[in-house]
Design a binder for this molecule. Structure first.
Ligand SMILES: [Zn+2]
Length: 364
């Protein structure tokens, strides 16, 4: 006998199929059940496409008695690019709706539930809520703080170096780890790097070794020194975050080459917080920071990092360039604390993922 929890687990599995594709929307899956049988299921495949509930109810005739719909997020109640799902559930005469969590977007939160309850539908909220919140952590953070969820990726030696003192960095981690790193990219909506990394590596920042879409690219380039022949110009959208005072001629050159430019005021280098706010405004829910050490340090100093994803290679360099620049920490008790999520051995490398303790709570 399948329980509410079992069906919700299925809805969450379905929802996760939208990973890396649905931003700025949340990942949502839905399952319709009647007399202990699944009569429909589906997930939201991306912006402008039908919501999960539409797929789940496709084969259900209006007025069919005894239908329960399981969905990991509160059904929408507003007219967006598609009609509201709460209305669909009411029109189909669904008896019961089981949800994992309410929509964190306060403009719509609880309104979907109110619509359903107003139509006499039995509504249950909170089944597998923790799992549902974890799945859509980026969406929740975006809607509650106006900032993207940030993963900081590091690939370093055992002693925390990303390059030798002379700047040689290829390759620290193994081929297998680099494949895993492309999975991180495919799961993100945008990748962010500093101009130092751009100059040193001329990376393409695309998804190549795994299936998935290449995320947008954001380069911090305060003086707009990027060459229009740089590989980042190929493929996915490119945003250059720069400072006031760059010449119009440079602006026109990079725009003609296909980049969007974010000119950020306030003098000096563009602040990471401002850049992340602009990324959130563009609908990027999840930003992957890929380097280098100075960007990593300013992200951690600003308490902007939600998760750290580190590839550790079995190599020791001694002196060299640190994976994280100076954080101004004098006491161990002031260290950035992490909560371990995952450890995986990849060949001879170690992959380590951990959440920054208290990250999201302190922002906004
Ligand atoms: Zn909907």
């Amino acid at each position: 006998m399948m329980t509410d929890i079992d069906y919700m687990r299925r809805a969450l599995e379905l929802a996760a199929r939208g990973r890396g594709r649905v931003h700025p929307n949340p990942m949502v899956g839905a399952v319709a059940v009647r007399d202990g049988r699944v009569v429909g299921e589906g997930f939201h495949p991306g912006p402008g496409q039908p919501h999960a509930e539409v797929f789940a109810l496709k084969e259900v005739a209006a007025g069919t008695p005894g239908v329960t719909v399981y969905v990991n997020l509160e059904p929408c109640s507003f007219v967006g690019r598609t009609p509201p799902c709460a209305d669909l559930l009411v029109e189909k005469g669904v008896t019961r709706v089981v949800c994992a969590m309410s929509d964190p977007d306060e403009r719509v939160s609880e309104k979907g539930f109110a619509r359903l309850k107003g139509a006499g539908i039995d509504v249950i909220v909170g089944v597998l809520e923790a799992e549902a919140r974890a799945l859509n952590a980026a969406y929740v953070k975006h809607r509650t703080t106006g900032l993207p969820y940030v993963t900081l990726k590091l690939a370093q030696t055992l002693d925390g170096r990303i390059a030798t003192a002379s700047g040689d960095s290829k390759w620290i981690s193994s081929e297998a780890s680099r494949v895993r790193a492309h999975r991180l990219r495919a799961d993100a909506d945008a990748i962010l790097i500093g101009s130092g990394t751009l100059k040193a590596d001329d990376p393409e920042l695309s998804v190549r070794h795994v299936e998935g879409e290449s995320p947008a690219k954001i380069v911090l380039d305060s003086r707009l020194e990027i060459s229009t022949g740089a590989k980042v110009f190929e493929g996915a959208p490119l945003w250059l975050a720069t400072s006031e005072g760059v010449s119009n001629r440079r602006l026109q050159e990079v725009e003609a080459a296909g980049a969007g430019v974010w000119v950020i005021g306030g003098g000096g280098r563009p602040g990471l917080l401002d850049v992340l706010r602009l990324a959130a405004d563009k609908g990027y829910l999840h930003v992957l920071i890929e380097g280098g050490g100075q960007v990593a340090a300013s992200a951690l100093r600003g308490n902007l990092v939600d998760r750290v994803a580190v590839f550790v290679a079995p190599k020791i360099l001694g002196e060299g360039i640190s994976s994280v620049g100076d954080l101004g920490i004098d006491r161990i008790s002031d260290a950035v604390e992490l909560d371990l999520v995952e450890v995986e051995q990849i060949g001879n490398d170690l992959f380590y993922a951990a959440d920054v303790v208290g990250a999201t709570e302190q922002q906004g």
